[in-house]
Write a protein that binds this ligand. Structure first.
Ligand code: DGL
Length: 268
């Protein structure tokens, strides 16, 4: 038994989609979430910057005594995961491999679509991993930079969201499975499903990642105390108040456990 918390981080509020799935699947585990709200978005930033930020956050979470690190951000998973795995003293899980495995299975040899931020798509991390798992399979990938602000502004069920999805996904009606390779996109699932139709399997990395976290805890024999009710703790690098407001909408419930500010030393 290992009662240390699991650390989860994202560039901001989006990783709460992953946090929510982990919380649901692992009700006995303590969770610490870090949202780098002072430096979001990560989607258009360079690899060097993403690696620096990811490293700082993982060090902060390691100091909090975590037993596992979940990189709940697709851009950070695409650009910094290997480095984090080498540098962290605890096991590290990203959101890419779980999503890829589910997409390959669901596509059953058919075309796989991937949508994400510019950083994620340009890194080709998804495309390469899909081909490593099933060589010869066709992948259609597209960066959809307008979708993050649409979710952040909470205009999900709107004409703007439908227009953006039409603009980005008009070539995707032929895919067999589509990976929602960005923390924010699961919130647009219904609009995307309405547009693409029920034949396209939508792969939500958040659900798949939570399953992998559970499996890794069991494999490493570091599961928590089953009689304990898991506690949540949130840290952000900018206003805890605004994070709490949007975060509660993401989670669909109040944020118990509190939200605290952690400022980066180099910031003014
Ligand atoms: N969390 C980021 C991702 O999953 C999306 C938001 C951002 O650009 O920082 O790629």
């Amino acid at each position: 038994m290992d009662t240390r918390p699991i650390g989860v981080f994202d560039s901001g509020v989006g990783g709460l989609t992953v946090f929510k799935e982990i919380r649901q699947l692992l009700p006995h585990e303590d969770l610490i979430y870090f949202g780098d709200t002072a430096r979001v978005p990560y989607g258009g930033k360079s690899i060097k910057v993403i690696q620096k930020y990811s490293n700082e956050i993982s060090r902060f979470l390691e100091i909090q005594g975590i037993k596992m690190l979940v990189v709940a951000c697709n851009t950070a998973s695409a650009l910094a995961l290997n480095r984090l795995k080498n540098e962290c003293s605890v096991p590290v899980i990203g959101v890419i491999d779980p999503g890829v495995r589910a997409a390959v299975k669901a596509a059953n040899g058919g075309l796989i679509g991937v949508i994400g931020t510019r950083g994620t798509i340009n890194s080709e991390a998804y495309q390469k991993r899909i081909l490593r798992l099933r060589s010869g399979i066709e992948v259609l990938a597209k960066a959809c930079p307008l979708l993050v602000p649409i979710v952040e502004e909470n205009v999900i069920d709107s004409e703007i969201a439908r227009l953006a999805i039409h603009m980005y996904l008009k070539d995707f009606k032929k895919v067999s499975s589509l990976i929602l390779a960005c923390t924010h996109y699961p919130l647009l699932k219904n609009v995307i499903r309405d547009y693409l139709g029920p034949e396209v399997a939508l792969i939500d990395s958040a659900e798949e990642t939570a399953i992998e976290v559970k499996e890794m805890l069991q494999a490493r024999r570091i599961t928590g105390d089953e009689s304990h009710i898991g506690l949540d703790q949130f840290f952000v690098s900018d206003s805890p108040e605004s994070f709490t407001e949007i975060g509660e909408a993401f989670l669909g419930r109040p944020m118990q456990g509190g939200c605290f500010l952690h400022s980066w030393q180099n910031d003014d």
